[in-house]
Structure formats: structure tokens, C-alpha cells
Design a protein around this ligand. Structure first.
Ligand SMILES: Nc1ncnc2c1ncn2[C@@H]1O[C@H](COP(=O)(O)OS(=O)(=O)O)[C@@H](OP(=O)(O)O)[C@H]1O
Ligand SMILES: Nc1ncnc2c1ncn2[C@@H]1O[C@H](COP(=O)(O)OP(=O)(O)O)[C@@H](O)[C@H]1O
Length: 207
């Protein structure tokens, strides 16, 4: 019997089907690919391209996209420091469940604070949290501005916009860094290829 947070008198229930059984069934190892970066850096593009590439290899993945989750699970949260922290904590917990279920969980969120990303890493089994840093310059993200949000932020119509008047803390020790080569951003397929190569090498695409 234990107490966790506000829950008291709770018990952990074990089931006879375990993670290794699911791993055998799916012929893959569950993990979390955590994509972090500025708005417009290409997180969703990478997430969806990677999802498609894994699907074409008969690997089961699922995308948890920050924008989408804010339409449901996280619709009670805004963009204050506390709300962003709670957003990342919740998504980290959900991602952990997906990884335990055996899926390659692709989480794409700005996740601007290092300590929040590190907390997510901390609740996952060793080596199964793969942090991918979209290292794109602010100028590029701002020039892309597909949703017109940077324009609104520059005009002072959105307050606390990441990269403009709210901080983004780049990872110090990420597993994968996606960046421009000679001022050119790799294509979506090349970005996804970089992640697939890592997953292959580390054995996640086999039971
Ligand atoms: N103030 C502010 N700062 C940053 N982003 C903002 C803000 N307000 C709205 N948006 C939109 O919300 C998307 C980011 O949501 P996330 O859940 O990924 O953000 S966070 O991780 O909690 O910081 C982000 O989507 P992406 O462009 O896909 O990153 C924006 O469309
Ligand atoms: N590798 C890429 N090459 C060219 N354009 C890209 C690339 N990745 C993303 N984009 C474009 O940049 C914009 C922002 O990408 P998006 O994936 O929505 O970023 P984020 O999810 O980080 O906000 C979109 O218009 C998208 O088509």
C-alpha cells in the first residue's frame, strides 16, 4: 500500500501479460521519440513523416502533438510557465504508457524548459527516451510562420510567445539534432531518415 501525490491507500496492480510479451507480438521495442523546438521548426512535419515511414515498415507508432492535445487532454492549460510544465508532465506520462504498450510514441511539443524534458526522461526506462532537437534558427521559424503567430507576437497581440518574449532552453545532451547544412534545412524525408537510422541502430525496430 502506498501514497502518491494526493492519492492515499493505493495499490499497484500487476497483469500477467507483460511488456516483453507485447514486444514479441509487435516485433519492436516501445520507446518515446521526443521532438522539441521552436514553433515552426518542423516538429509536426518530422513527427508525421516519421510516423508514415515507420508505418511503411510495419512498425506501430503514434503521434502525440502538442497543438492537438491542447484540443482535448490539455484544453484546461494555457502558456504560463506552470501550465507548460503541467502540459509536458501529462504528455510525458501518456507517452510512458504508450511506450509500455510497445509503441514508438512520437511526442512533438515545444517543451521549452530543460527540467520538464528531463523529468520525462527520468520516468522512462533507461535509453528509451530519445530527445530530438529541431535546431532551426529563430529567423527561419519566423520567416516560415505558417500560422501567422510570430507576426502576432511581434505586434504584441500574443504575449509570452516562445522565442519572442518567452524562453526556449535548448537541450544539452540530446540523442539526435536536426540542423541546417550549409544554410539548408534537410528535407522531411531526410529528417525522418535520421531518426529511423537511430532507432534501427539501437534495436528498437526489432523484438
Ligand atoms: N504563447 C505561445 N507560445 C508558443 N506556442 C503557442 C503560444 N500560443 C499558442 N501557441 C501554439 O501552441 C503550440 C505549442 O503548444 P505546445 O503544447 O507544444 O507548447 S508547450 O510545449 O507547452 O510550450 C504552437 O504550435 P507549434 O507551432 O506546432 O509549435 C503554437 O501553434
Ligand atoms: N524539412 C523541411 N523543409 C522545408 N519546410 C519544412 C520542413 N519542415 C517543416 N517545414 C515547413 O515549416 C513550417 C513549420 O513546420 P511545422 O512542422 O508545422 O513546425 P512546428 O510543428 O515545429 O510548428 C510548415 O509550413 C512546414 O511545411
Amino acid at each position: 500500500m502506498s501514497a502518491v501525490g494526493k492519492s492515499t491507500n493505493i495499490f499497484w496492480q500487476e497483469c500477467s501479460v507483460g511488456k516483453l510479451d507485447r514486444q514479441k507480438l509487435l516485433k519492436q521495442k516501445g520507446c518515446v521519440v521526443w521532438i522539441t523546438g521552436l514553433s515552426g521548426s518542423g516538429k509536426s512535419t518530422l513527427a508525421c513523416t516519421l510516423d508514415r515511414e515507420l508505418y511503411s515498415r510495419s512498425k506501430l507508432a503514434y503521434v502525440l502533438d502538442g497543438d492537438n492535445l491542447r484540443h482535448g487532454l490539455n484544453k484546461d492549460l494555457g502558456f504560463s510557465t506552470e501550465d507548460r510544465t503541467e502540459n509536458i508532465r501529462r504528455v510525458g506520462e501518456v507517452a510512458k504508457l504508450f511506450a509500455d504498450a510497445g509503441l514508438i510514441c512520437i511526442a512533438s511539443l515545444i517543451s521549452p524548459y530543460r527540467k520538464d524534458r528531463d523529468s520525462c526522461r527520468g520516468i522512462l526506462p533507461e535509453s528509451s527516451f530519445i530527445e530530438v532537437f529541431m535546431n532551426m534558427p529563430l529567423e527561419l521559424c519566423e520567416a516560415r510562420d505558417p500560422k501567422g503567430l510570430y507576426k502576432l507576437a511581434r505586434a504584441g497581440k500574443i504575449k509570452g510567445f516562445t522565442g519572442i518574449d518567452d524562453p526556449y532552453e535548448p537541450p544539452l545532451n540530446c540523442e539526435i539534432e536536426i540542423k541546417q547544412e550549409n544554410g539548408v534545412c534537410p528535407s522531411p524525408n531526410a529528417m525522418a531518415g535520421q531518426v529511423v537510422g537511430y532507432l534501427e541502430e539501437k534495436g528498437f525496430l526489432h523484438e
